[in-house]
Design a protein around this ligand. Structure first.
Ligand SMILES: Nc1ncnc2c1ncn2[C@@H]1O[C@H](COP(=O)(O)OP(=O)(O)O)[C@@H](O)[C@H]1O
Ligand SMILES: [Mg+2]
Length: 234
């Protein structure tokens, strides 16, 4: 995955500390284990969590709160506890994906019994359990993140939309299996895209590649890319 240098460094630090957890423990230190990733949709929060699972060798255990709340109404608090118990015995990367309602400041929010209860249970579990693996929570909420939530995490990382450099890297990565016209003005392409999410860049690259393959052309040209950008706008 493509990340700006600063964010990449934060991911590497999590990986390094996890790899060195035994050495750290000999000095009474713990690796950073509880990570909160926030930022706009489609920019690598879930992908980032998967990357951490892959790089640490931990099994990914994914919890979807929206599903949990709707399908197991009344039991979600105890279900959450069961999941934490599982992760205590089986070192995992516990992914608490899309917990927007947890991240939103609870101040001023109406007290909806079950939601309130699960938020409190989660905060309590995060405090009580010293899980052997990692916990990664993600949310699309960027402002008004509950300060009580911030405190629970060892690292809070904002994954914002990619800048021009990252957009170009993601695009070229997506096009890596296609023959590319050397005359493409990449700067123009990136400018035309404007403000996009990483997943939109991937879509543009994939759609342009498909066009090349399906039309039997041998090379991807600027016009393939411009058309894919235009198509995405509708
Ligand atoms: N930083 C990135 N580098 C490369 N591809 C990315 C990046 N972020 C997102 N993508 C692409 O967009 C898709 C959706 O990203 P995802 O991590 O699910 O977004 P979200 O932040 O909403 O969780 C990924 O499967 C991947 O194809
Ligand atoms: Mg996601």
């Amino acid at each position: 995955m493509v990340l700006p240098h600063q964010i990449e460094q934060k991911f590497s630090r999590i990986e390094c500390e996890y790899a060195a957890r035994e050495r750290l423990a000999m000095h009474g230190l713990k690796p950073r284990k509880k990570i909160l990733l926030y930022g706009p949709p489609g920019c690598g929060k879930t992908l980032g969590a998967k990357r951490l699972a892959w790089s640490t060798g931990l099994t990914l255990v994914k919890v979807r709160f929206d599903v949990m709340l709707s399908s197991m109404f009344g039991e979600s608090a105890s279900n959450l506890r069961t999941i934490f118990d599982f992760c205590m015995k089986n070192p995992s990367l516990l992914l608490l994906d899309e917990c927007d309602f947890i991240a939103r400041s609870r101040v001023g929010q109406k007290d909806i019994g079950e939601v309130h209860r699960i938020v409190n249970t989660l905060l309590q579990l995060l405090d009580d359990y010293d899980l052997p693996g990692l916990v990664v929570a993600t949310t699309n909420i960027s402002d008004q993140i509950d300060t009580a939530l911030f405190r629970r995490f060892d690292d809070v990382i904002e994954i914002s939309k990619p800048g021009p450099e990252e957009v170009l890297s993601i695009l070229k990565m997506t096009l890596s299996s296609i023959n590319i016209d050397k005359r493409i003005d990449w700067k123009k392409i990136v400018n035309t895209m404007g403000e996009v999410s990483a997943s939109e860049v991937v879509k543009i690259g994939e759609n342009a590649s498909k066009e090349v393959i399906l039309n039997g052309s041998k090379t991807l040209t600027e016009s393939h890319l411009l058309k894919a950008i235009k198509d995405l706008e509708y």
